[in-house]
Design a binder for this molecule. Structure first.
Ligand SMILES: [Zn+2]
Ligand SMILES: [Zn+2]
Length: 281
């Protein structure tokens, strides 16, 4: 079956595989088009475009920007953007800098709790400018302090846990404006993270639409059929584009595979054309 996958991470942010290796997995899974959506960075796109050209996979330039939502975060995906736009680069660099100032504070807290890890170790393992908590989790794993990345988040790194440090983030409206300014289409990633009930989510997405939102990630690795149907209904009522993706990270989320998520994900190929159309409109 022909499928697409519009949400993938690589070693350029917190994924564990380089773009070419992600493309190879996509090829095996029968994915005909995909988007590389690394957190706050677009440097993985050239390698993906090259691999896509040789494998016959269409590569859509993308990004995933974290924005503030009360005490938590909303993630905004951007599609078909001009990934070489200098203003976008400057804005993303600013976001990454705010992560850099936060990471050492997280490490300090972990060290205070007796975990012998350093920021140099985390940066070395990450090997990218886009260093984040998943890299810290992997160092904790490698050193035997936790058995899995999930345990590292559950015990230390998640919001409300002892090593959690909030970061400076743009508002969703600001993140969407950055994507629009780079000629991209802003899409709300994994909408259930907002922890709203049906009507709450409808109201939230309605508000985001007035601020520039173009679409919603209806198809996602962890959604069950009922959740997918509910999100599809909200997207239809608000006239939002429908997208979908696995949110593949490699080892950081070992149960999620490219193209198929936990096995049951299928993002229909027909979703691509309306998205492309919106980007060029
Ligand atoms: Zn996300
Ligand atoms: Zn993601």
């Amino acid at each position: 079956m022909s499928r697409i996958d519009l949400h993938l991470h690589t070693t350029h942010s917190d994924g564990s595989l380089p773009p070419a290796a992600v493309l190879a997995l996509a090829h095996k899974a029968g994915v005909t088009a995909l988007a590389i959506t690394d957190h706050d960075i677009t440097t993985g796109i050239p390698e993906a475009l090259q691999a896509g050209a040789s494998l016959g996979i269409e590569v859509i330039p993308g990004v995933e920007i974290s924005s503030r939502f009360g005490e938590s975060e909303l993630h905004i995906l951007g599609y078909f953007l001009d990934w070489q736009d200098p203003a976008l680069h400057a804005r993303l660099a600013g976001l990454r800098a705010s992560r850099h100032s936060r990471n050492p504070q997280i490490i300090e807290r972990l060290r205070a709790m007796g975990q012998d890890i350093t920021y140099d170790e985390v940066r070395e393992l990450a090997g990218t400018e886009s260093v984040g908590r998943p890299h810290i989790a992997r160092v904790l794993m490698n050193k035997g302090y936790v058995k899995s990345a999930k345990e590292a988040f559950d015990r230390f790194l998640a919001q409300g846990k002892p090593a959690y440090v909030p970061r400076e983030l743009p508002d969703p409206a600001e993140a969407m404006a950055w994507i629009r300014a780079a000629k991209g289409v802003p899409v709300l990633a994994h909408p259930l993270w907002a922890k709203q009930n049906g009507e709450g989510l409808f109201a939230l997405c309605g508000r985001l639409k007035t601020e520039g939102l173009g679409g919603m990630e209806v198809h996602y690795s962890t959604h069950n059929p009922k959740q997918t149907a509910e999100l599809l209904d909200i997207a239809k009522r608000l006239d939002l584009l429908v997208t979908g993706g696995s949110d593949f990270h490699g080892l950081t989320k070992p149960d999620i595979e490219v193209g198929v998520g936990r096995g049951g994900l299928t993002v229909p190929t027909k979703l691509l054309e309306p998205l492309k159309h919106a980007a060029s409109a």
